[in-house]
Design a protein around this ligand. Structure first.
Ligand code: ZN
Length: 126
């Protein structure tokens, strides 16, 4: 009998299933070499359906064509495609968001900030 609660339960297992990151899939979509490298990391005998039915966006193998076609019409796949249309965040952007910038970039950013403040003050006077 399958576990209802705990790490062995169906819902928990699905929630913690390893999913290929959006940044990696983004690279897969834009570089054929990147994708081939990922696919060749596993032996095709071990994959469901012999690795024939692979959804690049969701990084998932399917065991048959009907399953693959059904997946591509489904909500999770469409959601994933929508997410992939946006450029993935880079490490630099993430650091900039927390205020960590490189020394070269910081000076420029401060100057731009000062200009912005002046513009706002002029608007208020009028
Ligand atoms: Zn998909």
């Amino acid at each position: 009998m399958p576990a209802i609660r705990g790490p062995q339960s169906k819902s928990k297992a699905r929630r913690h299933a390893a999913v290929r990151g959006l940044d990696l899939v983004h690279a897969d979509l834009h570089s054929k070499k990147h994708l081939e490298q990922h696919l060749s990391s596993k032996a095709f005998e071990e994959l469901p359906g012999g690795g024939l039915w692979y959804c690049v966006e969701c990084a998932t193998h399917y065991e048959s064509e009907p399953n693959f076609v059904k997946h591509q019409k489904g909500k999770p796949h469409k959601r994933r495609v929508r997410q992939l249309k946006e450029e993935p965040y880079t490490q630099k952007e993430a650091e900039a968001a927390t205020g960590l910038t490189t020394d070269n970039g910081r000076k420029k950013a401060d100057e731009e900030m000062a200009i912005d403040v002046d513009v706002v003050e002029e608007d208020e006077v009028k």
